[in-house]
Design a protein around this ligand. Structure first.
Ligand SMILES: C[S@@+](CC[C@H](N)C(=O)[O-])C[C@H]1O[C@@H](n2cnc3c(N)ncnc32)[C@H](O)[C@@H]1O
Length: 375
């Protein structure tokens, strides 16, 4: 079994938050990847290694990009051992780059993940002449389900929400990948202003500004695929320079927070992301919020929710005052609220046209509550 040549089709798995897979599929399709389809926990599409690199570079909603390098039946450990040895490891992994193997087993005759890990480690170690290394950054993932074994390379390394810009954070930051998918759920396409009245570290505002500027989310970070034997630095350099051509935007994206520390974090994060010119962060409480000059757009907010920060009773007043400000001052704007608490969402008094499925986030289930343009 040999590694696919650079342009041979590979099944590419893009992990995404359970509940938001269809939004990720829409992004994958909009970015021109072939044949995207939803599966539990993500989206699968087809492509060669250049698409694997491009997916890491341009997709805002994917958590990781896995490239499947082998699939075979494995009814018992000896068969797993034999078939894992047929993979052309030397064409995929480099002997000088540490790797490790992580296996999971479900509904299969091979039920011991540790034993499965050991067999695949032995196959790779014999091919490369190097044993695996605990905590190595490069991960080979083995998934055995219904006796079918998939072997994939985690081509991202650090999870993709780690874009490298949001280094200053407060108590409950939203992951960039989730922020991007919620913006997509609100049909935000980079052509309208965005306001986050409780912006914390600025995730929504920075993400919205980057989308408007056409900045690729992975532009400032490295990826695990750069350490694979099948990596072509010249082709990657060309792809990056073809992709990294930012637009201009006349729009300004606004964040507000009553916490001065949060505002200073957001300003630093926006500077690191290269969107300081398109963003404005102001130390101001919700009661003083007014819409910026210009056409209406989208208000998107992730207010505190009781289980993590703040006291639920006080939060009813906060959500109530947010709703009152929206109703009185933000005519024509759409509102998206991300919260774990339906009761608090209702306390805004806003009429929600759309409520998303509950999405796991930081040990809680959060939902996006969306209004139409306010009348
Ligand atoms: C859950 S955090 C937002 C996290 C943010 N989405 C991020 O990614 O970092 C909620 C924020 O609401 C702010 N906040 C709470 N009450 C506020 C008020 N009355 N006016 C403005 N901001 C407020 C808090 O300071 C906190 O930064």
């Amino acid at each position: 079994m040999t590694a696919p040549p650079p342009n041979a089709p590979i099944e590419i798995f893009l992990s995404g938050p359970p509940g938001l897979e269809p939004l990720l599929r829409d992004e994958v399709a909009a970015r021109g990847f072939a044949n995207p389809r939803v599966v539990p926990g993500g989206v699968i599409c087809d492509g060669g290694w250049p698409e694997v690199w491009r997916a890491n570079l341009v997709l805002r909603g994917a958590g990781r990009v896995l490239a499947r390098v082998a699939r075979f039946r494995a009814m018992h450990l000896a068969q797993l051992d034999k078939r894992a040895r047929k993979v052309d490891w030397a064409s995929l992994l480099r002997a000088d780059i540490p790797y490790r193997v992580e296996a999971t087993c479900r509904k299969s005759r091979i039920y011991h993940a540790g034993a499965a890990t050991e067999r695949v480690c032995n196959a790779i170690a014999d091919a490369l002449g190097q044993p695996p290394v605990d905590k190595a950054a490069l991960v080979v993932r083995v998934r055995i389900e219904d006796d079918l074994c998939d072997i994939s390379l985690d081509t991202s390394g650090d999870a993709l929400h780690k874009r490298g810009h949001k280094q200053s954070i407060g108590k409950a930051p939203m992951r960039e990948t989730l922020a991007a998918l919620f913006l997509r759920a609100c049909r935000y396409d980079g052509t309208e202003p965005v306001v986050d009245p409780m912006c914390g570290s600025g995730s929504f505002v920075i993400e919205a500004a980057e989308i408007a500027r056409g900045l690729a989310p992975g532009r400032d970070r490295s990826f695990a695929f750069e350490n694979l034997a099948c990596f072509d630095a010249g082709a990657w350099g060309q792809l990056r320079s073809d992709t990294l051509a930012p637009n201009r935007t006349a729009l300004t994206f606004h964040g507000f927070d009553r916490d001065a520390g949060a505002i200073s974090n957001a300003v630093q994060n926006a500077e690191r992301a290269g969107v300081a010119e398109s963003t404005r962060f102001t130390h101001q409480a919700i009661a003083d919020l007014a819409p910026p000059d210009g056409p209406p757009g989208l208000v998107i907010v992730n207010p505190p929710y009781g289980a993590r920060i703040g006291n639920r009773k006080l939060l009813f007043a906060l959500y109530g005052s947010f709703g009152a400000v929206m109703t009185a001052r933000f005519k024509g704007w759409r509102v998206g609220i991300v919260t774990s608490d339906k009761g608090l969402a209702r306390a805004t008094g806003l009429h929600f046209r759309n409520v998303s499925a509950p999405i796991p986030h930081g040990g809680l289930k959060i939902q996006l509550f969306q209004t139409g343009p306010l009348k």
